[in-house]
Write a protein of this length. Structure first.
Length: 332
């Protein structure tokens, strides 16, 4: 049982401008091609098609088949989660990195796909995955999502669980977590405990949204309770994606301070070889081939030492910029 956002599609459009220039839109990103470069955008007989590069947007669950270059990092994150299941201290796992490093893509396209593939062991493909962002009412968002999951599981077990209240905003978080644990217990298979995975993306919203500190602390306590150590392992896994510039704010809360000390994954810029994978492999997945030199590291302008944004961002932008509608002889 998963609750991801709807799969997204990215389309490319272009229009002629003055003196041979082109105005190109790839998804929500707008680019201007200088005079003399319009041939890079157009080909005779080409028709618009789905773009395997999301531009500067994050990859989502519906684009996991095009998410490349972060396989090792995804494996590292799975390793932390596996350690929590086996003998970990409990509590959240925190993915920390600068803005634009690819935290959301790692969580939504890398981790979610790995969970759907059952890479955390027997039965893990069936674990419910709950994805939220804190927003202005983080506790209500969390309890509402937990209650929706618990109610769905209770329905599958012939009403063995008391029905949660509505969307969950009026239910104390302790009752919501207790109901979830009961539902998970009654829904387990013969030998595989059923767990839940809670992914909190854009976690820094907890510090920027207009909510009081009491709600902030209650939200953290609820997350800690979901991931608390139990005799059979935690009832759930909690993964937080947080911008690195909020590190000092997070360290002021005991739940987060403990997580940052014990279960932290730092994500940085992609290596040049990873950038090459992020460009080349989506192209191959949709039947296109790359012109020579496009992914040749510094020669292609992908040297991270000279980049003003992360290579992850440059790689996605370069891939989107180079996308063309599928021609008769596919080529990039």
């Amino acid at each position: 049982m998963t609750y991801p956002e709807q799969p997204s599609r990215v389309y490319v459009q272009h229009a002629a401008a003055v003196e041979g220039s082109m105005v190109v839109q790839v998804g929500g990103d707008l680019y201007v091609s200088e005079e003399g470069l319009s041939a890079l955008w157009t080909q005779a007989g080409a028709e618009p098609g789905e773009c395997p590069y999301p531009g500067l947007d994050a990859f989502g669950p519906g684009q996991a088949q095009w998410f490349f270059g972060r396989e090792a990092l995804t494996g590292d994150l799975l390793g932390l989660l596996d350690a929590q299941l086996r003998a970990g201290p409990g509590g959240p796992v925190v993915v920390v990195g600068p803005s634009g490093a690819g935290k959301s893509s790692l969580l939504r396209a890398g981790l979610l796909k790995a969970l759907q593939d059952g890479r955390l062991g027997a039965g893990s493909a069936a674990w419910p995955v709950l994805t939220i962002t804190p927003g202005p009412a983080p506790l209500a968002a969390l309890t509402g999502t937990i209650n929706t999951c618990a109610a769905a599981l209770a329905g599958a077990t012939a009403g063995s669980l008391p029905s949660p209240n509505g969307a969950g905003s009026g239910m104390p978080w302790q009752a919501a977590v207790a109901n979830l644990r009961t539902a998970l217990h009654w829904s387990r298979s013969d030998h595989s405990p059923l767990r839940v995975t809670v992914v909190v993306d854009q976690f820094e919203e907890l510090f920027t949204a207009d909510c009081d500190d009491a709600e902030r602390r209650a939200f953290l306590d609820a997350l800690a309770a979901v991931a608390a150590r139990m005799p059979e392992g935690p009832s759930g896994l909690v993964v937080l994606g947080m911008r690195a510039d909020f590190y000092s704010r997070a360290a002021g809360y005991p739940v987060l301070r403990a997580a940052l000390q014990a279960s932290q994954l730092v994500i940085g810029a992609m290596a040049p070889a990873e950038v090459g994978q992020a460009i080349a492999r989506p192209a191959r997945a949709v039947g296109l081939r790359l012109e020579g030199g496009l992914t040749a590291g510094p020669e292609a302008g992908l040297d991270p030492r000279r980049s003003r944004c992360s290579p992850a961002g440059r790689g996605r932008w370069c891939g989107a910029w180079c996308w063309r509608a599928r021609p008769a002889e596919p080529r990039l």
